[in-house]
Design a protein around this ligand. Structure first.
Ligand code: 1HN
Length: 347
């Protein structure tokens, strides 16, 4: 049963003014806006950002603004559904592209939002996370969870660019976003845990009573070469269906960050993939390949390094053209699971 609810205009002006004067408002004219029937109405508008278009502007930022004047030299992606300057691409997800030039460092800080980086181009960059120096190679996923100290540096010859994904819009909405600054960290002189403790999937260091329990974020770096190899094997020997692998915490099997999830995807040449519609919002970062994605009936052509945003419950169809394609999907499914309302509907 659905009835047309009363509007604000139907109410006498003096009554409306009296409400305004005492800082109250009637719910019924806005009831359907805040609680639409059957499915949410997304504010987010799907969009495809061309890396080729962003790259020259980001490199120019390298000439215009020294890193000391920026702390993080970033151009962030703006959701067209929210208008100019909106620092988000979905309700929960912030995406930026960050440039570090050879020899530069980006100072250490710790903050409440969680972040992850996907390396887009350049060699020699690194991030130090709680004392572990993580090399940044193209396609690597590197976590800097909320509460972990992190700084960046660059020992290579050419510019390094990576994609930052944060749950910043959520923390800002919660009025919970802040950072603390500190000195650059002295990295431990050993390879990071992805090379030491978590070298092979299914194997974790033996538990001993006299050793501390693993930290909440035991593995901060997921090297792309292993991810791509795993996807290719899965494509050959898996049971059909989408070729997708979730990045998880190897100690718990849970999502590797509390709010954001990451899924590595392979699309075979010529293949069309129609995922189920999900209550989560998501962003696809193209690692390699070329193709297009239909989002709610609109076509978005993409190639390597582009980013495509998709609103909650979007109807999505991926098409790979000219060879296999690889993507990483960044989404807020883990947050929704934790809030108890994550949902999937047929494609
Ligand atoms: C941040 O800490 C980084 O550490 C990048 O590289 C982008 C955007 C908003 C807030 C914090 C980084 C950020 C950020």
């Amino acid at each position: 049963m659905s009835t047309q609810l009363g509007t604000l205009e139907e109410l006498p002006l003096d009554y409306r003014d009296a409400m305004t004067d005492i800082a109250v408002a009637p719910l019924w004219p806005q009831m359907r806006k805040v609680l639409p029937h059957n499915a949410p109405i997304p504010v987010t508008k799907p969009h495809c950002w061309s890396y080729q278009a962003i790259r020259p502007l980001l490199l120019r930022a390298g000439e215009l603004t020294p890193v000391e004047k920026a702390e993080r030299r970033v151009l962030f992606l703006v959701d067209p559904g929210r208008g100019p300057g909106a620092m988000q691409v979905s309700p929960t997800i912030y995406i930026g592209l960050q440039l570090l030039l050879p020899g530069e460092t980006a100072p250490a800080h710790v903050h409440t939002p969680s972040a992850a980086r996907i390396v887009v181009e350049g060699e020699g960059g690194y991030t130090v996370v709680d004392g572990d120096k993580l090399p940044m190679k193209a396609g690597d996923l590197i976590l800097t969870p909320g509460g972990c100290w992190h700084d960046h540096g660059h020992e290579g010859k050419d510019p390094v660019i990576w994609l930052d994904a944060l749950d910043l819009p959520l923390f800002y909405y919660l009025e919970g976003s802040y950072a603390i600054e500190g000195p650059l960290q002295a990295p431990r002189n050993r390879p990071d845990p992805s090379e030491v403790e978590y070298r092979a999937s299914g194997l974790v260091p033996s538990r001993r009573r006299d050793k501390p329990a693993p930290s909440a974020y035991p593995m901060m770096r997921f090297p792309w070469d292993r991810t791509e190899a795993a996807l290719r094997h899965f494509a050959v020997h898996g049971e059909g269906g989408p070729i997708e692998l979730d990045y998880i915490n190897p100690e718990t099997g849970q999502s590797c960050l509390p709010t954001l999830g990451f899924t590595a995807m392979m699309l075979r040449a010529g293949e069309t993939v129609k995922p189920v519609r999900k209550s989560s919002s998501g962003v696809f970062h193209v690692i390699s390949g070329k193709g297009y994605t239909m989002v709610d009936g609109k076509r978005h052509d993409w190639k390597a390094k582009d980013v495509i945003s998709t609103p909650v419950f979007a109807k999505i169809e991926h098409h790979a053209e000219e060879g296999d394609a690889f993507m990483i999907r960044i989404h807020d499914g883990p947050l929704q699971e934790r809030l108890g309302y994550y949902e999937e509907r047929p494609a």
